[in-house]
Design a binder for this molecule. Structure first.
Ligand SMILES: [Zn+2]
Ligand SMILES: [Zn+2]
Length: 251
């Protein structure tokens, strides 16, 4: 089945999820968009001058676990979606969330795996001893889009890294949920719970979230996993929002 599918996708032309042009042979993006994407990866934080993968601005509460001196893995900065912008990162993430796209999901999974594996090996961490998991999509958004983009990404990262994955977290809807409209329900994500302690007790966990904005979701998930006995929690994300200079004065 898997072999057949990869054979089919080998012969069928793939199209760039950003602009619709023919994709490059070995990736989701077309050549132009890949060039833009690579340029965006070199952008630096306005506060600390570091790239997305090294910047720790605004992430004080994110995690207590470091791997090889790093607090988490982020591939890019996320600047919010803007129609007039020439950037591709936000458009890629928009597509990634809306409709399952295997090539795009695998692209992001390779990006994350390519950063995660060297860190783990440097720190002497064995991928097979960790578990990959994710905060699941809110029930509202799951109903709206019909799939969980984080689960898709986690399956793919697992294939590239050899880290086994497991759904450990569930959302408990809050009481007010019933009275809310559809859009509000999607926003009101409820709180995260571990259902089976056996899945987290004594486990070292890689936690995937597609975009880290305030870090609140990742922090809440980390707290719950640790409360349920997890030994370590290390977050990975595709992109993180950039701390603006004026926000720094508030802290
Ligand atoms: Zn393109
Ligand atoms: Zn920074």
């Amino acid at each position: 089945m898997g072999k057949l599918r990869s054979l089919v996708s080998f012969f069928l032309p793939q199209f760039c999820p950003v602009c619709g042009k023919r994709s490059m042979k070995d990736g989701a993006l077309c050549e132009d968009c890949f060039r833009k994407y690579s340029r965006e990866q070199k952008e630096t934080c306005a506060v600390c001058g570091k790239r997305a993968g090294d910047c720790l601005c605004g992430t004080a509460h994110l995690s207590r676990t470091f791997i090889s001196g790093k607090k988490f893995v982020a591939v890019n900065f996320y600047r919010g979606y803007d129609k007039s912008s020439d950037r591709v990162t936000e458009r890629m993430i928009g597509k990634f969330k809306k409709k399952y796209d295997r090539a795009l999901t695998d692209f992001f999974a390779r990006e994350i795996s390519g950063r995660l594996l060297p860190l783990m090996s440097e720190a002497g961490e064995v991928p097979g001893e960790w578990t990959l998991t994710y905060p699941p999509r809110s029930p509202g958004n799951l109903a709206k889009y019909g799939f969980d983009q984080s689960e898709a990404a986690v399956r793919s990262i697992s294939r590239y890294t050899g880290i086994p994955w497991k759904k450990t977290l569930f959302r408990v809807e809050s009481g007010e949920q019933k009275g809310l409209g559809r859009a509000d329900r999607a926003e009101n994500a409820g709180s995260l719970r571990v259902l089976r302690r056996a899945d987290t007790e004594g486990k070292k966990i890689i936690l995937f979230d597609d975009v880290i904005t305030t870090g609140a979701t990742v922090a809440a998930a980390t707290d719950e996993l640790i409360r349920r006995g997890a030994e370590a929690v290390f977050p990975v994300c595709i992109a993180r929002t950039q701390t603006k200079k004026k926000e720094r004065q508030k802290r």
